[in-house]
Design a protein around this ligand. Structure first.
Ligand SMILES: [Zn+2]
Ligand SMILES: [Zn+2]
Length: 142
């Protein structure tokens, strides 16, 4: 994608780095909360512009999912090109995750004894041990 330096400079002048690591769009937003950027004769989504400018074209039929869930974030490595269906499912899962906090996906309580930390995320010990047993059983029978 061929984008003039002056356009890129204008783009980045509207972006500020958030302490969380998100690149926050400070100019106008759409009703959906996405940053708007006027470029090439029309106004488009700022995060889509950032992705096209720094990563490449967005494959046809795919939309950009905000992994950070901040819609006015334009950081390309917070974006992933996914099918619209995947995007919707992830959004719903995110809400479900919040509600599920006291229990693991299989319903084991996150008690201190049953909780281990992996990469800063909680993991259920019961499920972890079960997965290890399954793995061992699988390698034995293979
Ligand atoms: Zn972000
Ligand atoms: Zn569990």
């Amino acid at each position: 994608m061929d984008i003039a330096e002056s356009v890129l400079a204008r783009f980045w002048s509207k972006v500020t780095l958030d302490p969380t690591g998100c690149l926050i769009w400070t100019a106008g937003r759409s009703v959906y909360g996405y940053g708007r950027f006027f470029w090439n004769g029309h106004s488009g989504a700022a995060h889509r512009f950032a992705y096209m400018a720094l990563v490449g074209d967005i494959p046809a039929g795919l939309s950009l999912d905000h992994l950070c869930r901040v819609r006015h974030c334009v950081r390309p490595d917070h974006l992933e090109a996914v099918t619209p269906r995947e995007n919707t499912l992830r959004g719903e899962n995110h809400v479900a995750d919040q509600a599920r906090r006291t229990h693991c996906p299989r319903g084991h309580a996150y008690t201190p004894a049953n909780t281990r930390l992996k990469n800063g995320k909680r993991e259920c010990r019961t499920c972890h041990n079960q997965a290890r047993r399954d793995k061992r059983a699988a390698s034995k029978s293979a």
